[in-house]
Design a protein. Structure first.
Length: 281
């Protein structure tokens, strides 16, 4: 079987904060599980190995694999989670996805597992910090799965298949994760209202401009300034959807000198003005 033959379906998808309770440890999955962390400090155990957690770290746990989550009580781990079947044309009608004793695997709720080079070759840990669109897609799948609107199940299935295809592609690629570029990305995200200039970025990472530009584009798919614009547009869209702040206030918060500049850039990016965008959401 190949990844093109997947029949994915989601049993359960949610955002969860770990509290260090006993059910966070020594778990066995009835199905495939993906955990994308968005905050907190701690480690994840998969099999016999412990892995540190960072924001944007994705963990892949195959069925029947022992695993556990160890969180810092002062900075609790939180993640978006998808528990899914991958090879079942008629998956069980259940949200049952975890066990704490191996003997429980006699349950009919255990998923079907088929050999597949792409799925079997996925690493336990994948750093998605340099793939913000994949992070967005994953969180969108979780939200869509919990939406009761028309076609939600079908949309979720197709989005999950697309996510797995892309995940397989990047895990097999030879793109190097460069911590120097990652530090710049984190700096961009933390100070988006007053983004640094090229000179500051170059001084921090110790690279020449052409080398920095090449490595940055390799990791993110965008030039540095376009990446900053994308962060601004994503935060602007979130603020318009989720707050009552005025468009002028949002523009000032994101570091625009005038609302007209912000409106032009937002409209060029989304094809709709900020005011109309808010009205449609």
């Amino acid at each position: 079987m190949t990844i093109d033959h997947l029949l994915p379906s989601v049993r359960l998808a949610h955002h969860y904060q770990f509290h260090g309770a006993f059910h966070d440890f020594n778990r066995y999955g009835y199905c495939y599980a993906f955990h994308l962390f968005d905050r907190g400090v701690g480690t994840v155990m998969i099999g016999s190995r412990q892995y540190p957690v960072r924001k944007g770290t994705l963990f892949f746990v195959p069925p029947k694999m022992i695993h556990g989550f160890h969180t810092d009580p002062d900075a609790a781990l939180a993640s978006y989670n998808i528990y899914c079947d991958l090879w079942m044309a008629s998956p069980p009608v259940t949200t049952h996805h975890l066990a704490w004793e191996p003997e429980q695997y006699d349950s009919p709720d255990v998923t079907t597992v088929k050999p597949c080079p792409e799925i079997d070759g996925l690493p336990a840990v994948i750093q998605l910090q340099q793939y913000p669109l994949l992070i967005e897609l994953f969180t969108h799948i979780v939200r869509t799965c919990n939406h009761q609107g028309p076609h939600a199940a079908s949309i979720t299935t197709h989005l999950l298949h697309a996510f797995l295809l892309e995940l397989s592609r990047i895990s097999q690629s030879h793109q190097d994760y460069d911590p120097r570029i990652q530090r710049i990305i984190e700096r961009m995200e933390q100070s988006i209202e007053q983004p640094d200039h090229y000179e500051t970025w170059l001084a921090q990472c110790g690279l020449q401009k052409s080398q920095f530009h090449e490595l940055f584009r390799k990791m993110t798919g965008l030039p540095p300034k376009a990446y900053v614009t994308r962060i601004k547009m994503q935060r602007a869209a979130a603020a318009l959807r989720e707050s009552n702040q005025s468009v002028t206030h949002i523009a000032e918060w994101l570091g625009y000198s005038t609302i007209h500049h912000f409106t032009r850039q937002f409209t060029a990016y989304y094809g709709i003005s900020p005011t109309r965008f808010r009205g449609t959401h």
